[in-house]
Design a binder for this molecule. Structure first.
Ligand code: ZN
Ligand code: ZN
Ligand code: ZN
Length: 174
């Protein structure tokens, strides 16, 4: 049925035009990703940085989205002297390096996540528990380019987050 001249277009991969993780991480394991990132932004490996890295690896492996305060509280359980500024600065740098994804919620909060799918992807986010799931779908490249042309923009990147209630939150609200 789909074996006409257009069949190829329908089945093609859609992510090619958008930048993949600049370091080409994709399948590289989380521990390596974190430790390389920390090495890149600081010469010294201080105790607080090691603690932050260890917590991030654990959070990354579980796929949990967290707020900066969540991370700070977690760190304070084992080391109450870790400064807020150090934690916030580390998160900020990791977001800029695209090691952490930032997900903004409409209630004004934002969460971070170390996503397994290092390349271009989008998110599904629960507005109640802030659970975040990776989505590997993307809009059609031609459609995005056409939207840009309409407004005389050249589109360079995009972000898509779908918001809703996860299965657990829906069950609890019944
Ligand atoms: Zn993500
Ligand atoms: Zn939820
Ligand atoms: Zn996309």
């Amino acid at each position: 049925m789909t074996s006409g001249p257009h069949a190829k277009k329908i089945g093609r991969r859609q992510e090619s035009r958008y930048p993949l993780d600049p370091r080409g991480y994709r399948l590289m394991d989380i521990e390596k990703r974190i430790s390389e990132a920390f090495r890149e932004f600081s010469e010294r490996s201080t105790q607080p940085r090691q603690d932050i890295a260890r917590s991030l690896v654990r959070l990354g492996k579980s796929g949990t989205a967290f707020s900066a305060e969540d991370l700070l509280k977690r760190l304070h359980r084992s080391n109450p002297r870790i400064g807020r500024a150090t934690v916030y600065r580390s998160i900020e740098k990791l977001v800029r390096m695209k090691v952490l994804d930032r997900i903004d919620f409409t209630d004004g909060t934002h969460y971070f996540r170390l996503c397994g799918s290092g390349g271009h992807h989008h998110h599904l986010a629960c507005t109640n528990c802030h659970r975040v799931v990776d989505l590997t779908f993307c809009l059609d490249e031609d459609q995005i380019a056409a939207i840009g042309r309409q407004e005389s923009f050249s589109i360079e990147d995009h972000a898509i987050t779908l918001y809703g209630l996860c299965k657990d939150c829906r069950a609890n609200s019944r």
